[in-house]
Design a protein around this ligand. Structure first.
Ligand code: FE2
Length: 260
């Protein structure tokens, strides 16, 4: 099973909401999609961990659907803090079995792989949270004793980067409750996230975790907690490639894409 992990495309139709986003974010996104579409052997699916668009308008999602159109495989999306629930639901609701109600949580299956997608969006805020309803939903999903490896997707990482300014705006609500569930879960679990705009990997409560970088802008590695926080940096962009087997064992590769 081959899965590509991308995040934070921030494509926009009219103008960027976020000053750091490159003006040609859609063009950069198309380069990444073109690379994934041509990758051999083909990917089975793409995990896209939020900030799909920069403003969340219907026009933004129309543009995003067009950007993603070369991909003829499932694209599992979750909302980021720059997305909007109603427009995201109508843009992707034909392909993705979102739960009814307010939140965009869902479960899906791809061969032997179980996909659990979590909605951590607090509309109008940069940081994210798992609402009690979403925590309850996740607890129910993890309670079923399936042996299938799980790919758990969410935008705001519950695991720390060590970059203080970014950790303060990551998953701020429901983190401890989620940690307890992850510690208790016995089967293979891969947690994929975004939001940080630089790729890194971690082990958190026994689970492998990763954040994918962003083609829209990258943030500098600042582990010194400098006064002004980390700024934008120009570094090569790569997305992750996961090669997963039925036992949940996997290899992760970085696939570099020239954006300029
Ligand atoms: Fe983002």
């Amino acid at each position: 099973m081959l899965i590509a992990h991308i995040s934070d495309f921030h494509v926009f139709h009219d103008r960027a909401e976020t000053p750091l986003v490159r003006p040609d974010a859609a063009r950069a996104a198309r380069r990444v999609v073109e690379d994934m579409a041509q990758f051999s052997p083909g990917f089975d699916a793409v995990a896209f961990t939020g900030d799909l668009t920069d403003g969340g308008s219907t026009e933004d999602y129309d543009l995003l659907r067009d950007v993603l159109s070369p991909l003829k495989i499932p694209v599992f999306v979750v909302p980021g803090n720059h997305d909007r629930r109603a427009t995201l639901r109508s843009a992707f609701g034909g392909d993705i079995p979102f739960e009814d109600g307010h939140f965009l949580n869902y479960e899906n299956h791809l061969g032997f792989l179980r996909i659990l997608a979590l909605d951590t969006l607090i509309e109008g805020r940069s940081e994210g949270a798992l609402a009690p309803e979403s925590l309850h939903w996740l607890a129910g999903k993890l309670a079923s004793p399936a042996l299938a490896p799980i790919l758990l997707l969410l935008h705001h990482p519950p695991f720390p980067t060590g970059i203080d300014a970014l950790d303060r705006s990551a998953l701020t609500g429901g983190r401890e409750e989620m940690a307890e569930m992850i510690r208790a879960y016995q089967s293979p679990l891969i947690i994929l996230a975004g939001h940080i705009h630089r790729p890194f990997q971690a082990i958190w409560n026994g689970a492998y975790c990763a954040v994918a970088g962003s083609p829209a802008f990258q943030i500098a590695l600042d582990l010194a907690a400098s006064e002004h926080g980390p700024g934008r940096v120009s570094e090569p962009y790569a997305y992750y490639v996961y090669r997963i087997d039925e036992t949940g064992g996997f290899t992760v590769h970085t696939r570099f894409v020239a954006l300029d």
